[in-house]
Design a protein around this ligand. Structure first.
Ligand SMILES: [Ca+2]
Length: 182
């Protein structure tokens, strides 16, 4: 089992959950830069069974707009909420997270002073796509993830506005290559 280094500070997680609870009926009306089109967690080659913890992993969200991070930007974050034990009965659960009991999050947050997105788990990059979309990528390692297999959803949050993908009660699942082939 890998070391848990990405667990969200309790206050941040509570702020996120509170925002989700308050904004439940407005999820379909989020601004374009919070409109998540796709999300993926992918292991990168080399897929070497002898060095799983050090293996590179990308968390990638594509949004239907252009995030603006600069002086004056409020709380703006993109990432994934993780049910580390794939058990909805443990962790934090609210209607917006139906199907998940969330124990951790991995995200990139705007640092307004530096005008860049930062993450404690690795490098963050933003790349414009076609038709005004933006791909937000966090490059980290398996060791920085809170478990080797888990359920997850992608989220975007700006202030008290929150969106997720897939929509409730659906969720995604991830596991290392080794676990997936057994
Ligand atoms: Ca759980």
């Amino acid at each position: 089992m890998s070391t848990i280094v990405t667990r969200a500070p309790a206050l941040l997680l509570l702020a996120l959950l509170g925002a989700a609870a308050a904004g439940g009926s407005t999820l379909a009306q989020v601004p374009s830069h919070l409109d998540i089109l796709s999300a993926a967690i992918e292991e990168l080659p080399p897929i070497d069974p002898a060095s799983v913890p050090g293996r590179s992993v990308t968390l990638r969200l594509e949004v239907n707009g252009t995030p603006v991070c600069g002086p004056g930007t409020g709380f703006l974050a993109y990432g994934v909420l993780i049910d580390t034990d794939s058990d909805p009965a443990t962790g934090v659960s609210l209607p917006a997270f139906a199907g998940l009991g969330v124990e951790a999050r991995v995200s990139a947050t705007c640092d307004p002073a530096a005008s860049v997105f930062v993450s404690p788990v690795g490098a963050v990059s933003l790349a414009p796509g076609s038709a005004g979309t933006t791909a937000i990528t966090i490059r980290t390692t398996v060791a920085q993830l809170p478990a080797l297999d888990f359920r997850w959803i992608a989220f975007a949050q700006e202030g008290s506005t929150f969106s997720r993908l897939p929509q409730a009660p659906a969720y995604s699942a991830w596991t290392t290559h080794e676990k997936g082939v057994h």
